[in-house]
Design a protein. Structure first.
Length: 309
C-alpha cells in the first residue's frame, strides 16, 4: 500500500486530500486530526507536525485499503476543478544545481574534476510566485530566447533541521514529489552580468517551478534508485536514475543546513540529469507540453503559454 498527499480545488476551495488507488479523500473526512491545530493551512499544517500526523495518515490509508472505512471518495472531475501545488505554500524552495555526473559531462562540458574539492551549487526560488500545479500553464518569460527545462526529484522536509550530519539528515525528510526547474539560460549566463552568471534572472522568474502532482511519504520511496524521465511534446529528452547524483540527498541537506535552517514543508530540489536544452541548443516555446515522471511519484504535466500581461 502506498498513498500520496495532494491539494485539489474542490468546489472553489483548496482541499488537502489523501490519494490511494486512483481515488482521493478529503483529509477533513478521513483524518481530521491531521489538520489540527490549523486546518486552514492544509498540508502545511500536516508537515509542520509530521511526527504526529504521519501515523494518523498511515492508519487512515490502511482503513481505506482494507475497506473498514467506507467514507466515499471525492466525486469525479466535474467537482475537482484543478490540481494545485501540494503545499500552499512552503517557506523555502531550495535548489541544487549541477548535481548529476552525466549532466555535468554532456551538458556542461566538465569532465576533469574531483568531488572532494568542490561544493554543491545552491540557490533559492520564491515559493508563492514560482510554484505551479500539475496540469496548469506556465507563462513564457518574454525576456528570454533560451527557455529550458530540468526535471528534478524534490524532497519535502518534515522536521526543523539545522547543522545536520550525514547520520541524521534523512530523519528530517517527510516525503518526495516531482519538480521542474525552468531556466532562462541567456539570463543565467548573461554577458552583461558583472560575473557572467545570474541565478536570479536565470532561475527565479514567475512560474519557474512546477511542482507535484502529490507528495509520497518517504517510507514508500527508495530515493537512491528512482528513474527520472522527461518528455517535451512527447519526445523523450531525459532518462536517468538518482543513482547518478553527485551529492546524495543527505550530503545536500548537510550542506544546505550549514547556511540556513530547513523548516517543515520546505522543498529541496536535488538537481537534474543530462538531456536539457542547454546541451543541444534546443529551446522551449509557447504551446510546448512538458511531462516529467519519477518512479512511484506520478507524472507532472504543464503547458507553456504566452504571457498576456
Amino acid at each position: 500500500m502506498t498513498f500520496a498527499l495532494a491539494t485539489l480545488r474542490v468546489d472553489g476551495a483548496p482541499t488537502p486530500v489523501l490519494s490511494l488507488d486512483d481515488r482521493s479523500w478529503a483529509l477533513a473526512d478521513i483524518a481530521p486530526d491531521a489538520l489540527r491545530p490549523e486546518p486552514s493551512r492544509g498540508l502545511m499544517n500536516v508537515f509542520d507536525h509530521w511526527e504526529r500526523t504521519e501515523p494518523l495518515l498511515v492508519a487512515a490509508a490502511e482503513r481505506l485499503a482494507a475497506g473498514t472505512d467506507t467514507t466515499p471518495p471525492l466525486p469525479p472531475s466535474a467537482t475537482l476543478e484543478e490540481v494545485l501545488t501540494p503545499l500552499q505554500y512552503p517557506r523555502k524552495v531550495v535548489m541544487t544545481g549541477a548535481n548529476y555526473y552525466e549532466h555535468m559531462e554532456k551538458d556542461g562540458g566538465h569532465t576533469d574534476w574531483e568531488k572532494d574539492k568542490k561544493i554543491p551549487l545552491l540557490f533559492l526560488k520564491p515559493p508563492t510566485t514560482t510554484l505551479v500545479g500539475c496540469g496548469r500553464t506556465v507563462r513564457y518569460p518574454e525576456q528570454t530566447e533560451k527557455f529550458d527545462y530540468e526535471l528534478e526529484l524534490a524532497v519535502v522536509i518534515g522536521r526543523r533541521a539545522r547543522k545536520l550530519t550525514p547520520d541524521n539528515a534523512m530523519e528530517h525528510v517527510a516525503g518526495y514529489t516531482i519538480a521542474l526547474d525552468l531556466s532562462a539560460r541567456d539570463w543565467q549566463r548573461h554577458p552583461r552580468h558583472l560575473v557572467k552568471f545570474d541565478l536570479f534572472g536565470g532561475k527565479a522568474f514567475d512560474d519557474s517551478c512546477p511542482l507535484g502532482p502529490a507528495i509520497v511519504p518517504a517510507r514508500y520511496v527508495d530515493e537512491d534508485d528512482l528513474r527520472l524521465r522527461f518528455h517535451l511534446n512527447g519526445e523523450l529528452r531525459q532518462d536517468a536514475n538518482t543513482k547518478d547524483m553527485i551529492w546524495s540527498i543527505p550530503e545536500q541537506l548537510v550542506r544546505i543546513t550549514e547556511h540556513v535552517t530547513l523548516e517543515p514543508g520546505d522543498v529541496v530540489c536535488t538537481g537534474t540529469p543530462a538531456g536539457v536544452g542547454l546541451g543541444s541548443n534546443r529551446w522551449m516555446k509557447p504551446g510546448d507540453l512538458l511531462e516529467g515522471e519519477i518512479t512511484g511519484l506520478g507524472r507532472l504535466t504543464v503547458e507553456i503559454v504566452e504571457d498576456r500581461v
